[in-house]
Design a protein around this ligand. Structure first.
Ligand SMILES: [Zn+2]
Length: 392
């Protein structure tokens, strides 16, 4: 059986956005007809919906214990605040989990369990962009899209597959294979209409909450730029493998945002500040994926907003050093120098400078850099290893 032809979505709203095209029309939550949206405090009383919720509740208990769930209190409190600002009446019904997976994704389960992956948090540039995604996920919840999808899948022959994979993957983080994850995602894929609807609700929620509507299209523009600028991502990312490029979709989002109008809040400084403790992890995980072309695009974007961020300059240097193409050594050293110039370079910057210099045969400069590293990080566990490297 082939899953490559099927749309990814539900579990993967990023993917849903890719496939989405068409017109959206403004539709305010408050003015909707009765019963259109799930009522605050809703609990299914009986039937298949109750069964589906029970399944998700069980999965949520597993997720809670997962080592891939990020416990950082500041980040968790922050995402919750954004959620409650978007939909105060549903604040008590939805739980947001930050899952440590360096890919762009968010998902919404029917029982109110929302996952936001760390790769998404790295890529958002301000609170308005984050609000766009949380609003979109809320849209799936409010319109009970998973229940619709569940009934649809159940009516088809692949129900066994749906059960067989046991929903064990969400929360397994990126240790789970991408192929398995794609399988899960495909079984849960929302329809194009559902994605369009969630997107529309997301835009309305964020704009109603006072955020800049233009942010809705931006998240998407950035992802597209990443895709187009990186052959590695194009070859390897299952996310983009089966979808046409969403130029039309992007156009629709831009038009919807313009139609909605207004400047609105960005919350860029707050976004950076509230996720500051988590950022080194996000950056390290992105580098760890070893998709250098893609990572460079991500870091360049972030540096455009924060040219004084030593951690980001270091990250850029690391990507270049690890890629090691012609000319990368010089570019890496230049990035490390920028990191040092900001005054906020992590100690590892000097270690990396030392490694580059040593490889180039400049033993004296390497030793000087290692000394600077050990001075900045006296308890470094790799002290002896670096000495050994120098004496080789
Ligand atoms: Zn979606």
């Amino acid at each position: 059986m082939t899953f490559s032809r099927r749309r990814f979505g539900c579990a993967l709203c990023a993917m849903g956005w890719l496939a989405l095209a068409g017109e959206t029309s403004a539709q305010n939550l408050q003015g909707a007809e009765p019963g259109r949206y799930l009522a605050p405090g809703y609990q299914p009383a009986e039937g298949d919906e109750k069964g589906l919720w029970a399944l998700m509740d069980r999965h949520e208990r597993e997720l809670k214990g997962s080592r891939f769930v990020v416990r950082d209190p500041a980040a968790n409190a922050y995402l919750r605040e954004v959620l409650c600002r978007l939909a105060e009446r549903y604040c008590a019904d939805v739980r947001v989990y930050v899952v440590r997976t360096p890919l762009f994704n968010a998902s919404m389960a029917p029982n109110g369990m929302m996952e936001v992956w760390t790769g998404l948090l790295l890529r958002c540039r301000d609170e308005a962009q984050l609000a766009t995604i949380i609003g979109h996920e809320l849209g799936h919840y409010l319109r009970r899209h998973t229940l619709e999808r569940w009934r649809d899948v159940r009516a088809k022959a692949d129900f066994g597959i749906f059960l067989g994979m046991g929903l064990a993957l969400a929360g397994a983080g990126w240790a789970g294979s991408l192929a398995q994850f794609a399988l899960l995602a495909s079984a849960f894929a929302f329809s194009r209409d559902q994605e369009r609807e969630a997107d529309e609700i997301g835009l309305n929620l964020m704009a109603d909450a006072g955020y800049a509507p233009a942010a809705t299209a931006e998240v998407w523009e950035q992802l597209l730029a990443e895709y187009q600028g990186s052959s590695a991502a194009r070859d390897q990312s299952f996310l983009f493998a089966t979808h046409p490029l969403p130029e039309e979709r992007l156009d629709t989002l831009r038009k919807s945002a313009v139609a909605r109008g207004g400047d609105g809040e960005r919350g860029r400084a707050r976004y950076r500040e509230r996720l500051a403790a988590l950022r080194p992890t996000l950056v390290a995980d992105e580098i760890g994926l070893r998709q250098y072309g893609r990572s460079l695009i991500v870091f360049e974007k972030l540096l455009a907003d924060a040219p004084d961020d030593g951690g980001l300059w270091f990250a850029k240097g690391e990507v270049l050093r690890l890629r090691g193409d012609a000319g990368d050594v010089e570019l890496a050293l230049a990035a490390y120098a920028q990191a040092v110039a900001t005054g906020g370079a992590p100690p590892e910057t000097w270690r990396s400078i030392g490694l580059v210099e040593l490889k180039a045969g400049a033993r004296d400069r390497a030793e000087k850099a290692f000394d600077a590293y050990l001075e900045a990080k006296p308890g470094a566990a790799d002290r002896e290893m670096l000495k050994a490297l120098l004496s080789q």
